[in-house]
Structures are given as structure tokens and as C-alpha cells.
Design a protein around this ligand. Sequence first.
Ligand code: ATP
Length: 496
Amino acid sequence: MRSPSMNHFSSLFTTNIGSPTSWFTIYASFSSFMMILRTVINDLIPLRLRTFIISKLQSFFTNYQPNNHQVSLQIYQLWDGTPNNLFHAAKEYLPTKISNTYKSLKVGKLFNQNNILVAFDGKQPVVDEFEGIKIKWLLVEKTKNRPSGNTKSELDEIYDGEMYVYQNMPREYEGNGFVLSFDEKHRDKVMEKYLPHVLSTYETIKAEQRILKIHSGGGGGWRSSNFNHPASFDSLALDPDLRKTITDDLDRFLRRKKIYKKVGKPWKRGYLLYGPPGTGKSSLIVAIAKYLKFDVYDLDLSSVMSNSVLTTVLRATSNRSIIVIEDIDCNKEVLDRSKSAADMNPDMDPVGSFLGVKQMAMGGRGRSDNSGKFTLSGLLNYMDGLWACCGEERILIFTTNHKDKIDPALLRPGRMDMHIELSYLKAKAFRILASNYLDIEEHHHPFLEQVDELLDKMDVTPALVAEHLLRGEDADVALKTLIKLLQGMDISRGNE
Ligand SMILES: Nc1ncnc2c1ncn2[C@@H]1O[C@H](COP(=O)(O)OP(=O)(O)OP(=O)(O)O)[C@@H](O)[C@H]1O
């Protein structure tokens, strides 16, 4: 026997289903049918069997992923209880991938930084493209068991399954994390190329954000402060070819870490900056430090009383640093060394004399003369590689006004690899000062040629001209008075 509702249900297909009345009839029939079906199921299927079927269906839908060719990687804040570098790398890397289409971002500013910082807040996935593959990043926050923010969104749909893994992590894995997903066929590329790319980008960002320090002193310990000197390669009046030679050399030094390791040499480089006072030697050191993002250790040799103090002081320097010894020719021990070596054997050539003194310091004849004292040989030993035990990524810079006074032993390649002469101001470098101090574009001022001619025939330091330009606000007036000054110097020179 058929129930009235079943009759209704079957008659649906013959009625006109376009009218509201017919829709209501369909609804009423369907409800009655479902009620009857539920009663039948409850009566005929035992409770335990029903629970089993429901749990199986739930688990099927939970584990079902529409894109089952997608792979996901979780990067948590901790790995075996210790900070996970990949997590920190991702944290710095992702903001570089945020485009203008992002509608919700975190912003902030730290005390010691000038820039406004922007970060991914996790409410929207970040999609990164790398060598033709798309990688989707999501943020997982500690106190929430689903990606932060959204109610019911794309994130939930994708990550309900992933959250199950997350919630079952051992305690030490708890903390914020990232989940990145990509097509399975790119698995190798992501592991071998993309993740190393994230790490190396992080290293670059870290180096750029680094707050540089200057440490001064030596024998009595280092005194440190933030290094905020405004000089840079852009502010330096340097012949453009010389600037390029220097920056190319620095770049090459940074690139060749592996080669130094392979040939068993400490990764270090020595520069000798020489030239008259006021030609920019100290300013160039600042420019190099900023270019490389290296800290500076300004070593006062007169405070170093013995070789062992020198070793201690140099050991206390950090990696990625520049050790500066200014006016090396003025150091008494440095000058005395040549003298004492020559006294011992007047026929020795400079390098031979260096070796003689080095042997003394290493335990040869006359060692007792040097024990307990700072000697140049102690410094040379350090430069020759004994410092390899004290770390890497060191640049050593000596400055002098008198290159000819320096012992040749100090200058040979391997100790001072590059000798950079900073000289008097000439036309090309002057254009840089004119642009920086007076906003004069290259070749665009009627007085420039006259200044060039004067600079060409006389020796004027960049310091003197820079000081003069700093006083004038008006370019015409500043250049006119500079021409007068130079002409006056030219006349007095002629009178000498
Ligand atoms: N090439 C340059 N470009 C721009 N400014 C310069 C240059 N050379 C010197 N100056 C200016 O002169 C000042 C002194 O220069 P700096 O101390 O770098 O010279 P120096 O060669 O190290 O002198 P010293 O041998 O006396 O130590 C700097 O503060 C800078 O303003």
C-alpha cells in the first residue's frame, strides 16, 4: 500500500513545477519522505552500525582534498626544541613577496630602524612564483588551531586536514608556523632550490638590516658604539674608475668564500690606503664598511703592549669585520722593527729582514728581545694566517700618509692585497662634490670648467674643497668664491 505522501511525491513529476504552489508541494512531500526514511533507518539499523558508518563518512570527507596532487610542508618555529632557522628565514622572506593586492597587513617600526616594516598577517595566503612554479604560503598561529583571522574561507577548506597534523605535533613543535603548498611534481625543485633560495634571501636581508658597530681601543679592551657615520661611496669624491675597481674587488672577496676554503687560506683581505691628509682615507673606510655591512675595529696600536695582548685583542673581534690601523707609519714599533732588523744584518733585503725578525718571534735567535713586547712580527704573524684560528671574514686596512716609510714586508700581497692611492682632487671627482654639496648636475654650470682647470694644475685636497662648499648655500656664490680661493692659492704657490 502506498502512503499519501508517496503519492504526492510521485505526482510531482506530472505537475507544473514552475508555480509557488507546486514548490511548496515538493517541499512538503520531501519532508514527509525524509521523516519516514529516518524512522525506517532508526528502526532497522542498529545504533553501533550507524555510528560506524557516520565516522567512516566523516573521515573520508576530512581527508579528502580536492587538489590531492598538492604537497604541503610545515615549517615550525622550533625544531627539536631549538629555533628553526627556516622559520625565521620565511618570516623575513615573505614580506618581500607581498604585493599591492594584499588587503590586510601588519605594519610596525623598530626603535633602531628608519623604515616602516610590513609583514604578512596570515589572513590571506601569499603566493610566490619561483622559476615558473607557484608556492602558496599560509601562517599558522600558536593559540589558534586554524590559520588566523578568517571565519570560513579558502584557508579553512585547504587546511582543515593540515591542522589535524599540527594539533598532534609533540609539545616542542608548538608555536607559530608556516605551511607552504605546491604541486607535487615540483617537490625536488622546492627542496633543492626554493628553500635554499629562501634561506639565502634571508641572509641578504639580515646583512642589509644589520646595525653596524664601531669598536675602538685595543690593549685596554674594545669600546663599542653604533656606527652612524654618514659617509658612503656616493658621498665620496672618488674617481669613478677607482671606485669601480674597489667595489669590484670587495664583491669578488665576498663571492670567493668557498675558494678560500678550498685552497686552505683564511678568508681575509688587506688594503693599504695611502695619500696626503684630507684625501678621504678615513671616509673610504666608512664607505667600505657600509658597502660590506661589516663592523669596524679601530685598533690603536700604541695601546697594545705585547704580542699576546695583540692576539687577545684580535681574537675579540667578530666575523664580518674590518680591522683598521690608521697611520701605520707613525707607530714606533713598526718603524723600530726595520731599524733593529737592519742592525742585526745590514745586508738583508726588506723581505729577508722580515723573515729574520719573524724567526726571532717564532723562537729563533734573539727571541728574548721581543718577548713581552709588541712587535711588528707579531702583527705580521697575525696577518700571515695565525688569525685563521680567530675567525673569518676579516678585512684589514692600514692607512698612511707616507707609503715609502712602511716596511715592504708589510706590503707584500697576501698581507696588503690592494694598495689604493687617494690623491688630490681633480675634475671628475670634483663633479661628485659639486653634485652632492650644491646639487649641480654634471657639466651644467658655467663655472665648472674654470674650477676644473685650476684643480688640474694644482694639488688641493677634497677635504679643503668640501669644507668650502659646505659653507655656501648658493651654487653661483660657492663656485665663485672657490675659484677665488684656488686662484689665490695658485698665486701664492707661484711666489714660493
Ligand atoms: N674624497 C673625498 N670625498 C668627499 N669628502 C672628502 C673626501 N676626502 C676628504 N673629505 C672630507 O674631508 C674630511 C676629512 O677626510 P678624511 O678624514 O677621510 O681624510 P684622511 O685622508 O683620512 O685624512 P688623514 O690622513 O688626516 O686622516 C671628511 O670628513 C670629508 O668631509
